[in-house]
Design a protein around this ligand. Structure first.
Ligand code: ZN
Length: 124
């Protein structure tokens, strides 16, 4: 079987990597469990296939949505829930002020006396 002279080969390898001595590839250098530097060849990020580094998290909108859904327990403190609570509190304050004005005009005597007492301060 005839094999061509490897000295005559040019261009990248069939897997796309550049031709050259693989022993001269840059090394990972991460600290291993044994305490020494990792000697595996490094990828373009400077670490080997075992020490590629921690994930930096979701990037796409769909991935971020999955993270939010997984982290949301009941949604009671979500932005829209808090806005609804603020609207409700503003409505209650407005109603208390209105009832206080009605009570002042009536000289402290209204037909809605018990309800006014409950809504205007909570003294039962
Ligand atoms: Zn490594």
């Amino acid at each position: 079987m005839h094999r061509e002279n490897p000295e005559n080969r040019t261009g990248p390898l069939r897997n796309g990597n550049p031709r050259g001595n693989p022993n001269l590839a840059p090394r990972c250098g991460a600290k291993t469990r044994g305490g020494c530097a990792c000697r595996s060849p490094a990828m373009s990020n400077g670490r080997c296939r075992m020490h590629g580094g921690a994930s930096t998290g979701a990037r796409t909108e769909a991935g971020l949505g999955r993270v939010r859904a997984a982290r949301t327990t009941h949604g009671g403190y979500s932005a829209e829930s808090q806005a609804a609570m603020r609207r409700c509190a503003a409505f209650m304050a407005e109603t208390r002020a209105l009832l206080a004005a009605v009570r002042r005009e009536a000289g402290g005597r209204t037909h809605a006396e018990p309800a006014v007492g409950r809504l205007s301060g909570g003294e039962d």
